[in-house]
Design a protein around this ligand. Structure first.
Ligand code: GLP
Length: 233
């Protein structure tokens, strides 16, 4: 893993946007995208740049089950607000959490991933080491699947909702195997509350108990962390 320590999230966003730019110059056509507060500074830099994604595709990691793309808390809405409105892609894929037939939606999304091999995948990390919504205990060979969110993830995500009871309890997520098919993975983490997960991801055993530790087995991973998130390394 290549680890880049930056002063803060703003600097991290600039560094990440440079990596997007290099990948575009190298011919990348498919970008794997993530939500959460962590990628926001990167998306801000991309929006303010002259980079053009209009002949690229994006494939998002995950979406809550049971809330529509029109709901401001949905990841579809988040992506539109924070990136796609300013930087449209030719095609943008995100799991449909409102699908009536969840199994069919899961198969559809696995086909999307197969047909659009990701060149650069951006990732955040949960405090318990989850990536996407792959909670501890998720098999390393998992593809897209439905997950029941853990209490710690529901609590962490409740800050975006008026009431913790409004936080969805389930989500659709790309699996760990799907994520690791990306040619280059760019994981971002800022703040003290990510320090333990980052230390275990980099130095701990490769274990399904810390989903992000699977990245130790990937040949091309870049990690951008601020000093607080790097403090346990
Ligand atoms: C959610 C998302 C993850 C994200 C994580 C951390 O669980 N599904 O993709 O990495 O939250 O979020 P944040 O970046 O806001 O700390």
């Amino acid at each position: 893993m290549r680890i880049i320590v930056v002063a803060n999230a703003n600097e991290g966003g600039k560094t990440a946007a440079q990596i997007f730019s290099q990948e575009l110059q190298n011919g990348a056509k498919v970008f794997g995208l993530a939500t959460g507060s962590t990628p926001l500074s990167t998306y801000r830099e991309l929006c303010n740049s002259d980079l053009d994604f209009s002949d690229c595709s994006s494939v998002n990691l995950d979406e809550y089950v049971g809330i529509s793309a029109a709901n401001p808390e949905s990841y579809a809405y988040f992506m539109h607000q924070n990136l796609f409105a300013a930087k449209p892609f030719a095609h943008s894929f995100i799991p449909n959490g409102m699908a009536k037939e969840i199994d069919e939606e899961i198969s559809r999304y696995n086909r999307v991933i197969d047909e659009h091999p990701v060149d650069l995948q951006i990732l955040g990390i949960g405090q318990n080491g989850h990536i996407g919504f792959n909670e501890p205990g998720t098999p390393f060979d998992s593809l897209t699947h439905k997950v029941a969110l853990t209490e710690s993830t529901i609590n962490a995500n409740s800050r975006f909702f008026d009431d913790i009871r409004d936080v969805p309890k389930e989500a659709l997520t790309m699996g760990l195997k799907s994520i690791c098919q990306a040619k280059h993975i760019l994981l971002l983490a800022y703040g003290q509350n990510k320090a333990d997960a980052i230390n275990k991801m980099v130095n701990g055993p490769v274990s399904e108990e810390l989903p992000a530790s699977i990245l130790q087995n990937h040949a091309n991973v870049t990690v951008i962390v601020d000093e607080e998130a790097a403090s346990g390394l």
